[in-house]
Design a protein around this ligand. Sequence first.
Ligand code: PBG
Ligand code: ZN
Length: 325
Amino acid sequence: MYIPYHRPRRLRVNSRIRNMVRETSLSRHDLILPLFVVYGKDKKNPIGSMPGHFQLSVDHLVREIREIYKIGIEAVILFGIPEKKDERGFDALSDSGIIAQALKAVKDAVPEMYVITDVCFCEYTDHGHCGILRGNELDNDATLEILGQQVQVHARNGADMVAPSGMIDGMVGAIREALDSEGYIHIPIMSYAAKYASGYYGPFRDAAESAPQFGDRSGYQMDPANANEALKEVELDVEEGADIIMVKPALPYLDIIRRVKDQFTLPVAAYQVSGEFSMIKAAAERGWIDHDRIMLESLTSIKRAGADLILTYFAREVVNKLKLI
Ligand code: PBG
Ligand code: ZN
């Protein structure tokens, strides 16, 4: 009979020793909660495909932010849904637009909350693409101009950090220049550096009413088949001055998170996107999986792969759960 000399199970025999040797742990400080804000008063529109999430009017947004701050969430990312959409996304460029209003109200009520803004145009344009179109193509360099204006609006109204998500070439450099020229030298840029053209964004596009009206985003977002290209994208964003680099989606792209973490020294963020969230919710509702277990396992895996920060719709549930562990 073969008697093993090595017995890794020694370190698994009870929860005390398992807790001692655990390599990865989740903390509330890792988490960023995405929130959707709409025009109006007393609006809390449920998002059908994202149980527990709502389009919130500014009054409800403030209430929500007060509550989550109390339970220990210290960072949110805001997505705005305008009342009117147009060709260039005017609402996003106005100091009375939806994000400007939300920033003012939130910063007034809960100044300690760290507020990140998503910087893109797909929620604001009537065609649903992430910038200015020329014909049916995204006009890259014309879009850089309005991205600069958009971050200046965010900075003026109190954003702590900006997060460009459009995969526009040069967006990080253009945004850094636009911020610095107005003196916002301390506002960091978290770049959606490696963002894939993913089917996992489906529920988000319902939530943000941002589905493209024709075509798709594969002219600017990345091909899911490519990995070296992700490293190139990250490298360019680092050169242009990104402070945090993001990989998105998260769980289907753990290899990319790991390679980015190994190759670069900046903090790495991963976005567990709407489809990842909704799939877990749907399967759990059917009783096919254990909700809390898979929630924690998916987030732990994302951290283990190398993410320092995770944008996740589970943030509130995780923080409540972590208190019990
Ligand atoms: C907008 C944007 C998207 C997401 C974040 N910012 C959607 C898209 O690119 O279509 C997706 C987030 C999610 O699915 O949770 N550029
Ligand atoms: Zn976009």
